[in-house]
Design a binder for this molecule. Structure first.
Ligand code: NDP
Length: 279
């Protein structure tokens, strides 16, 4: 049986560490405050925002909530971001994506002060990651590195394959694995013979966005398989990009869905917020 990488337990551990860090900051008279902006009332976004606020309350981070109407203009949103950038009592700014179509997401991300960019999406944060300088790192890939390290999985020298090259998961994931001295390959929709590429992986990170696409034919025996995908199947049950039942018997370690990568994203957001005070 493979090692089951327990994202629920590891994320709880990280949140408790952040809670202690915030308590220590409080004793020095420092507070940590995250501003959370949601535009419109997309139900999935409301759930994510609610969970982020709950996590803030747990670790002792103050959260300011801005719920803007779906017809908010780009200029109105940018004005709010400018105000929050200028406020000394606000350490982090998070704009829940996706945004309504009248708003250019890139312009919004660029407007956030990089010192408050706790999602790690600003070009300056991404550039800093690329050249190995301090800065915020996108929460999901940062969480995956924690999952690997805290499960005792060595990255240095390993063949790492990332399926997916999105700006929020695939690309920063590849950069982080490289930073940890993995030998990294990034696969995507134009990759020729995906199976041949993924079969080389000691560590396979799957962020392809296709339910249960990765079956055992894609996986080397004994590999570590990290499943970033989240989908609801026909019975309304959560599943990932990896066919868990098929892959688990042949791999060495695997993240379940739910309870694997999912809980790490919010834990790392809390980690980024706590560290925003020192950036
Ligand atoms: P995107 O849709 O932005 O990216 C998907 C990537 O997969 C693209 O790079 C695409 O290639 C590649 N791809 C698509 N089809 C294939 C194929 N047949 N073969 C090889 N590559 C392919 O997704 P995200 O990165 O945003 O998210 C990936 C998954 O992770 C989703 O299921 C999402 O829900 C989940 N997710 C989970 C999070 C969590 O907290 N657990 C957080 C964020 C995302 P190309 O670039 O060529 O189009």
């Amino acid at each position: 049986m493979p090692q089951i990488i327990d994202g629920k337990a590891i994320s709880a551990q990280i949140k408790d560490e952040v809670k202690a860090q915030i308590a220590a900051l409080n004793t020095q008279g420092k507070k940590v405050c995250l501003a959370v902006i949601q535009v419109g009332d997309d139900p999935a976004s409301s759930v994510y925002v609610g969970n982020k606020k709950k996590a803030c309350a747990y670790v002792g981070i103050e959260s300011l909530s801005y719920e803007l109407a779906a017809e908010t203009t780009q200029e109105e949103l940018l004005e709010l971001i400018r105000e929050l950038n200028a406020r000394e009592d606000v350490n982090g700014i998070l704009v829940q994506l996706p945004l309504p179509e009248q708003i250019d997401e890139d312009a919004v991300i660029r407007a956030i002060d990089p010192k408050k960019d706790v999602d790690g999406f600003h070009p300056q944060s991404v550039g800093a990651l690329c050249i190995g300088q301090p800065g915020f790192v996108s929460c999901t890939p940062a969480g995956i590195i924690q999952l690997l390290k805290r499960s005792g999985i060595e990255i240095a020298g390993k063949e790492c394959v990332v399926i997916g090259r999105s700006n929020i998961v695939g690309k920063p994931m590849a950069l982080l694995l490289l930073r940890e001295n993995g030998t990294v390959t990034v696969a995507h929709s134009r990759t020729r013979d995906l199976r041949e590429v993924t079969k080389r992986a000691d560590i396979l990170v799957v962020a392809v966005g296709k339910p249960k696409m990765i079956t055992r034919e894609y996986v080397k025996e004994g590999a570590v398989v990290i499943d970033v995908g989240i989908h609801r199947n026909e019975n309304n049950k959560l599943c990932g990009d990896v066919d868990y039942e098929d892959v688990a018997p042949v791999c060495g370690a695997i993240t379940p869905v739910p309870g694997g990568v999912g809980p790490m994203t919010i834990a790392m957001l809390m980690y980024n917020c706590a560290n925003s005070v020192s950036l």
